[in-house]
Design a protein around this ligand. Structure first.
Ligand SMILES: NC(=O)c1ccc[n+]([C@@H]2O[C@H](COP(=O)([O-])OP(=O)(O)OC[C@H]3O[C@@H](n4cnc5c(N)ncnc54)[C@H](OP(=O)(O)O)[C@@H]3O)[C@@H](O)[C@H]2O)c1
Length: 341
């Protein structure tokens, strides 16, 4: 009798991170040992995913019954859709609980959170000396439950403690860069990140590169292909049960730090060269603009070190120089997009 295939459920497969992760899973050396089901919102995108050998299910994060049912059939859930949708994430956990109760085998949950959970209220006016290590869970324990992502993260860690799932939470910093490859080149996945593009779009809207306060605050950065590699390393470790999980199963994805002002200056220089603004300098957002553009997190400090990620063998390759160099092409792509509208 042949060994049944490991059942993997993935959400967010058409996203910036998810599409990149799926692409790596398709090239996994043990690809023939697992079956992937992608939970997606679009029939059209589902059809394209099927041509890559994925199974698909259609639905949104608001459809708890569907999520629970699918997760109850999964050995591993990789959740890359929505870090903050409490009901949707809870529905996935409920499904894993059912899986455990019916099989007596502990399924795995790999979840995407973000280093934003560490954010302070600096609004660009100071550098924080506080550095968080993924190898020191007591630092995360001390965070207020009201921090962004925290309610969902705590629920996930609680599932591990209860014993019905082994949980692994990945916390990427600011992700940047572009991806190419067979799946991504079909155009069904999002090719752009959130944070720097968000700053560029707000800057374009106001006609001048923006900064929050003096932009002194520090964030970690990490390149998209490096992030996807970490997902695969954790996927392998989850299958082998060879990595810490639950409270200890936290993995920061970062490969260096930047100050917001350096990003804003790059945007300003690119805008100046493109004739969008008259001087090559950013200008601070007024208080009302910070609120209108939702820019408060951009001005926060969240300093993170991925020691546990590296202890699993993760070797990110792209540096702060690469991050800064990625900004001008991102500006050019967004300006071109806006020009077409
Ligand atoms: N990018 C970053 O720098 C970064 C850093 C840290 C954490 N994160 C977190 O990582 C997660 C994914 O980020 P991303 O940059 O890959 O975002 P993205 O490109 O917008 O992708 C989101 C994915 O989730 C799907 N999705 C979104 N809402 C959904 C819903 N209600 N129901 C079903 N599917 C839904 C999208 O499907 P459609 O194709 O249908 O839209 C897409 O596949 C987010 O939670 C984000 O907060 C991102």
């Amino acid at each position: 009798m042949s060994t049944p295939k490991i059942q993997v459920l993935i959400t967010g497969a058409t996203g910036y991170i998810g599409g990149t992760v799926v692409q790596l899973l398709l090239a996994h050396p043990k690809r023939d040992t697992f079956e992937i089901t992608a939970y997606v919102r679009s029939e059209e995108k589902a059809k394209v995913l099927q041509t890559f050998g994925l199974k698909t299910a259609i639905g949104t994060f608001n459809e708890s019954d569907k999520l629970t049912d699918l997760a109850s059939k999964a050995d591993v859930v990789i959740n890359i859709a929505d870090a903050d949708h409490f009901a949707g994430n809870k529905a996935l956990l409920n499904g894993l609980k059912k899986r455990y109760e019916s099989t007596k085998k502990v399924p795995a949950f790999i979840h995407t959170s973000g280093t934003g959970v560490l954010n302070d209220d600096a609004l660009g006016d100071r550098i924080s000396d506080t550095i968080y290590y993924d190898s020191k869970p007591e630092q995360l324990d001390a965070l207020p439950d009201t921090q962004i992502h925290r309610d969902v993260d705590l629920e996930i860690i609680g599932a591990d403690k209860a014993g019905y799932a082994r949980t692994y939470i990945i916390f990427p910093g600011t992700i940047y860069g572009t991806v190419s490859g067979k799946l991504v080149d079909t155009g069904i996945t999002n090719r752009h990140s959130v944070q720097v593009p968000g700053l560029i779009k707000a800057s374009l809207h106001r006609g001048n590169a923006a900064v929050v306060g003096e932009g002194k605050n520090i964030w970690p950065h990490v390149e998209i292909n490096d992030v996807a590699q970490l997902f695969v390393i954790i996927f392998d470790a989850a299958l082998a049960d060879s990595a810490p999980h639950g409270r200890e199963g936290i993995f920061f994805a970062e490969n260096g730090e930047y100050q917001l002002i350096d990003v804003s200056k790059e945007v300003a220089k690119a805008f100046y060269d493109l004739g969008i603004q008259n001087s090559p300098e950013p200008t601070p957002l007024a208080e009302a603009e910070v609120a209108a553009y939702g820019a408060q997190p951009l001005g926060a400090n969240c300093r993170a070190r991925g020691e546990r990620s590296r202890a699993l063998g993760w070797k990110p390759t792209k540096t702060t120089e690469d991050f800064i160099a990625s900004i001008r092409p991102e500006v050019e792509a967004i300006v071109a997009q806006f020009a077409q509208k």
